[in-house]
Design a protein around this ligand. Structure first.
Ligand SMILES: [Mg+2]
Length: 234
């Protein structure tokens, strides 16, 4: 990869990339369905299945609504599948749930050490997530890497949503970089497609989320077990 030699900025997805998806989000998805069903267990199972999660095994399908959707998209899907709320009501409830859930998130590695290492090498660093910006900032504070971030974008930050290129272009505007100098790292195809539609120099998939080597092969330049392997491909 000739382009990889010029990478100076790295834009990370959060869930399934910095945070272990299964450990951090499967319990939240069960709670999300309980809230959206008002405690109706039969409806909760229907809602989980509509979101792409098997209510028995907890397996979440790659690129499904729960794997990749932002809060508004998930709320819309749950209302469409029978949740007795308006999209606006559910979005508010989910945003609150997701902000609380930052307390229970399980990181893939020691994120403070990980980001300090990249920062020391001069990389510009950012997070682009389909979660809300408040949750992202709480996660960054909790795991000790907030001071290394040059940029944070959630679905509600005004840069558009994945797989649109806006979050990458916002990172470029905040750091003064060109897209070809940027690597996007994520666990879903909407991360890879966001990167490619913005014209980034490198797309890197990781397997700590809901994607598989197979589901991520077409849109990624590299597919890694987790972010600790990243420096080898930069
Ligand atoms: Mg993700």
């Amino acid at each position: 990869m000739v382009a990889s030699k010029t990478i100076v900025g790295i834009l990370f997805d959060k869930d399934g990339t910095l945070l272990d998806y299964v450990k951090s989000w499967v319990p939240v998805n069960y709670e999300l369905a309980r809230i959206a069903s008002k405690g109706d267990e039969t409806l909760a199972r229907v809602l989980l299945q509509a979101g792409g999660m098997d209510p028995d095994s907890g397996f979440v399908a790659p690129d499904s609504l729960l794997a990749a959707g932002n809060t508004v998209e998930i709320a819309t899907g749950m209302v469409g599948a029978g949740a007795p709320f308006t999209v606006e009501e559910l979005t508010t409830l989910f945003d609150s749930l997701f902000a609380r859930s930052a307390d229970y998130a399980v990181p893939v590695t020691d994120l403070g050490v990980f980001f300090a290492g990249l920062h020391a090498k001069g990389y510009r660093l950012g997070v682009a997530s389909s979660d809300n910006e408040k949750s992202i900032r709480e996660t960054a504070r909790r795991f000790g890497f907030d001071s290394y971030l040059h940029y944070v974008a959630g679905y509600d930050s005004g840069h558009g949503v994945k797989p649109e290129p806006g979050m990458v272009l916002g990172f470029c505007a905040a750091t003064g970089l060109e897209p070809h100098q940027v690597a996007v790292v994520g666990d879903n195809n909407h991360d890879m497609h966001m990167g490619r539609s913005a014209g980034v120099g490198l797309t890197v998939a990781v397997l700590t989320g809901t994607g598989s080597r197979q589901s991520l092969a077409a849109a990624s330049d590299h597919c890694l077990a987790d972010i600790t392997e990243l420096e080898a491909v930069l």
